[in-house]
Design a protein around this ligand. Structure first.
Ligand code: ADP
Ligand code: MG
Length: 806
């Protein structure tokens, strides 16, 4: 089972670097292109919306520093942050050196300082996760703990984003203030009033906008130019500077017949509108990461830990160790994953599992960090803390999903990267064309400016990642964890859902329904069966043992499990066989005299477990029953309403399976399949051209889950160790299967809509601009509008709910 914080891929090392300064899809494509030119890079995926670069590389051939430098050379910055850790167990200066050396070797670490006296380490790095730093220190033999862990990281990002947003707002306000008089004079003009400002006043106002508020476009534009490529800022700078220069030239060197037309309002408007668009965009982009921020806020800052003498000590939640006993009062948030060892309560786990009803917790039950305690006071022994906790796992999973790149995005990025040079070429052609056609070079220039301004590929770059971020976020809110963009794309194509029977459609808590001895009485038969089943983990075994209760069981020796058939063991010198017909017939045990009765139970959906003694024949049979989950019939009906074929796959016998499938309304049954035959059955469906989702509990169904186009692991809400599955359901609710497929469909259709509009917009707008039908100011407005509408369209996905059509 892969660890969520594991950063070593099978081929090389994987790092996620934050990247600042990307404004459009051509930027992300450019970074990817430059990175892939480096020797030793296996894959590089840059996400515009998440502002990250995911790089898989061979550390022997290229270093994280090289990667960072390449991104910076391409014209972007890789911000660093300092992580504070406490390190225990260092006794001397040489320990300090050892820790420092180990950490400094990590990819992406640029500075490390370890302080022996305060037992802390400060590590400056661009690598997003700090888990590998902890691991590196622990490998040298010391204990390390993050002082600022998941939440603190989130908070730092949060604060930075807020500052950036405020700067954007101030900048926008300045631009608007200086542009308004320019707009006003145009307006008066429209009403026939002659309110034109003197040229030098216009020059002053426009220059303030151009080089004050618009200053920020020049740096990135210059960097892009130096790197031999183009970006959106370059288009803006070229366009607006051209308009500004033309007008400034006219003010400073007026023509004999007066000043001629000035285009200051155009250059200033474009800048103001683009700033406005970016402001809205970054505000909306923050909305796309809302799901993660909500989860990060779940874990409380502090925990009350019971010390050895029985007193309660309040500690930072991050310093609770596994094994500590934590006291949780009514209404408090659970700080760690753990097991209730005292008290009883009910807990609201809705933010983790999407389950709105409180779940009751008694001694022995597991609790999950982030849940809200109900009315009881409980003592919980911590089992998983920090990066190993369920909450950290969920956050990591969603973060990975959100930064993963949909296959279609690669194509989009490729298009975007050739976009800028093509646009510049079209702009030049426009200029030359209008000049040659006799309209004068100035008209040509203004039309060229319009082309430059309108063609920014911003919306194109935001179309896919914003939809994925919102889609995976809203899914998580409902308890559906989607691993990556690929799972999303596959899930929306699914036309067949295969359910493992036990535990997914049924509750999986089997009960003995009837005991039918051939020799002896009920209790003797149950006792013999239970003695053998003692060695089994199967739900049938648990049912039989539960029926005997705490009664004395004989010891079993030579226990053998026959997967998919039953078990065998020696009890009191007798060889006992327990299992299905196949097992009985394999040992030549005749069941014929009891078939009528047995099949009656099977026709009611019960499973018949035969008990026999080798050499003596049948001892009797036990019927065990499982109950369907209440929501299972509706869940199946929901899938069928979506046009999806539903299949039950089970090792149980045909009659039992068909009875249960009939009750639940499934269209097909594949029964009597041995455990290792399940993935073969999935493959057979796929060979028929079906796109298959397999729903299982993720443990013994792992091969079938992996074989399916989409593996859907149904968790219990406390176990997210199921990362092999493309989709993990945080609670055992079968209706979430339709929900998962539906949210995937909704997200992918959002992506298509976004891409369509982004392309459509450029295809329509470019010829209009070149043809002189638009003005630079209108182009600026349209540009801003297109990115904002794409992001807003993605945000509409937030309204998605389970049980609703796309
Ligand atoms: P599934 O997971 O699809 O319900 P399994 O492969 O676990 O099916 O089991 C298939 C069948 O094998 C069961 O229905 C039962 O008849 C028999 N079997 C498996 N394990 C046991 C057991 N421990 N005791 C009795 N019967 C068993
Ligand atoms: Mg099973």
């Amino acid at each position: 089972m892969p660890n969520t914080a594991q950063y070593n891929g099978h081929n090389g090392t994987h790092i996620t670097l934050p990247v600042e300064g990307m404004t459009c899809a051509s930027c992300s494509a450019r970074i990817e292109r430059q990175l892939s030119k480096l020797d030793g890079i296996e894959t590089a995926a840059v996400n515009l919306a998440a502002e990250t670069a995911d790089v898989q590389f061979d550390p022997a051939r290229v270093s994280a520093d090289d990667i960072k430098r390449t991104i910076e050379k391409t014209g972007f910055s890789v911000p660093e942050r300092t992580i504070k850790l406490s390190v225990e167990g260092m006794t001397c200066a040489s320990c300090v050196a050892r820790v420092e050396k180990a950490v400094a070797k990590l990819p992406g670490v640029s500075a490390v300082s370890v302080n022996l006296a305060s037992e802390t380490a400060h590590v400056t790095s661009s690598v997003v996760s700090a888990a590998d730093i902890v691991r590196a220190i622990e490998k040298t033999g010391y204990t390390a703990r993050l002082d600022e862990d998941v939440e603190a990281f989130g908070a730092a990002d949060e604060a930075k984003a807020a500052v950036r947003l405020r700067h954007d707002l101030i900048n926008l306000a300045i631009a608007t203030a200086f542009t308004t008089p320019l707009w006003a004079q145009m307006l008066w003009n429209v009403f026939g009033l002659d309110g034109m400002l003197p040229g030098w006043v216009q020059l002053a106002l426009a220059s303030a906008v151009q080089f004050g508020a618009g200053y920020r476009f020049y740096g990135p534009a210059y960097k892009a130019l130096r790197a031999g490529s183009g970006n959106m800022d370059l288009l803006v700078v070229l366009g607006t500077t051209a308009a500004w220069m033309l007008s400034a030239w006219r003010v400073l060197w007026p023509m004999a017949d007066g000043q001629g037309h000035l285009y200051f309002e155009a250059s200033a408007t474009v800048i103001t509108l683009i700033l406005f668009g970016r402001f809205l965009e970054s505000r909306a982009k923050r909305g796309t990461t809302g799901a993660i921020r909500a989860l990060m806020k779940l874990r409380p800052e502090t925990a009350r830990v019971l010390s050895a003498d029985g007193t309660e000590v309040e500690l930072p939640a991050s310093s609770v160790k596994s094994g500590d006993v934590v006291v949780i009062r009514p209404g408090e948030r659970v700080p760690v994953d753990g097991e209730v060892i005292e008290g009883r309560s009910s807990m609201d786990e809705s933010l983790l599992t999407g389950e709105s009803l409180p779940v009751s917790k008694n001694v022995g039950d597991g609790v999950t960090g982030g849940a809200i305690n109900g009315n009881g006071l409980v003592h919980v022994r911590a089992t998983r803390v920090g990066q190993a906790s369920t909450l950290a796992g969920i956050i990591q999973l969603i973060q990975n999903a959100q930064s993963s790149k949909a296959p279609v995005q690669k194509l989009v990025d490729k298009i975007a990267s050739v976009f800028v040079p093509i646009v510049v070429a079209i702009a030049l052609l426009t200029w030359i064309g209008w000049t040659l056609a006799g309209f004068g070079w100035e008209v040509g220039l203004i039309n060229a400016v319009t082309v430059l301004v309108i063609a920014c590929p911003c919306a194109l770059g935001l179309a896919t990642p914003t939809a994925i971020m919102v889609g995976t976020g809203v899914a998580a809110k409902h308890g559906i964890l989607i691993k990556d963009a690929e799972a999303l794309e596959h899930a929306q194509k699914v036309d067949t859902v295969v359910f493992d029977k036990t535990g997914t459609l049924t509750k999986g808590a089997l009960q003995v329904v009837s005991v039918n001895p051939v020799v002896g009485d009920d209790l003797t038969l149950l006792a013999v069966a239970a003695s053998v089943q003692h060695g089994s983990e199967h739900p049938i075994a648990r049912a039989i043992m539960a029926a005997v209760g705490d009664g004395n069981l004989a010891t079993v020796s030579d226990f053998t499990a026959h997967p998919g058939k039953g078990v065998e063991g020696h009890v009191d010198g007798r060889i006992i066989l327990i299992g299905n017909r196949t097992l009985m017939h394999e040992h030549a045990i005749d069941t014929a005299h009891h078939e009528d009765e047995a099949q009656g139970f099977e026709n009611h959906g019960n499973t018949v477990v035969w008990v026999a003694e080798r050499g003596h024949g049948l001892l009797g049979f036990i019927a065990v029953g499982d109950v369907a989950k209440e929501t299972a019939p509706a869940a199946v009906a929901g899938l069928q309403a979506l046009g999806i074929r539903t299949v039950m796959l089970t090792g149980d016998n045909r009659r039992t399976a068909e009875a249960m499938a009939g009750r639940l309304g499934l269209s097909d049954v594949i029964a009597e399949v041995l455990p290792d035959g399940k993935s073969g059955e999935v493959a057979r469906l796929q060979a028929d051209g079906r796109v298959v989702a397999m729903v299982g509990d993720g443990v013994n169904d792992a091969p079938a889950l992996a074989q399916a186009d989409v593996g859907i692991a149904m968790g219990t809400g406390t176990d997210v160790a199921m990362h092999t599955a493309g989709i993990t359901l945080m609670r055992g609710a079968p209706e979430l299967v339709a929900g998962a497929l539906d949210v995937s469909r909704a997200t992918v259709s959002k992506i298509r809509q976004n891409l369509f509009w982004a392309f459509f917009y450029n295809v329509i707008a470019l010829p209009l601009a070149a043809g002189g039908f638009l003005s630079p100011a209108i182009a600026g407005a349209a540009m801003a509008l297109s990115s904002v509408s794409v992001v807003t369209n993605s945000l509409l996905l937030k309204r998605w709910k389970t049980g609703e059509g796309a």
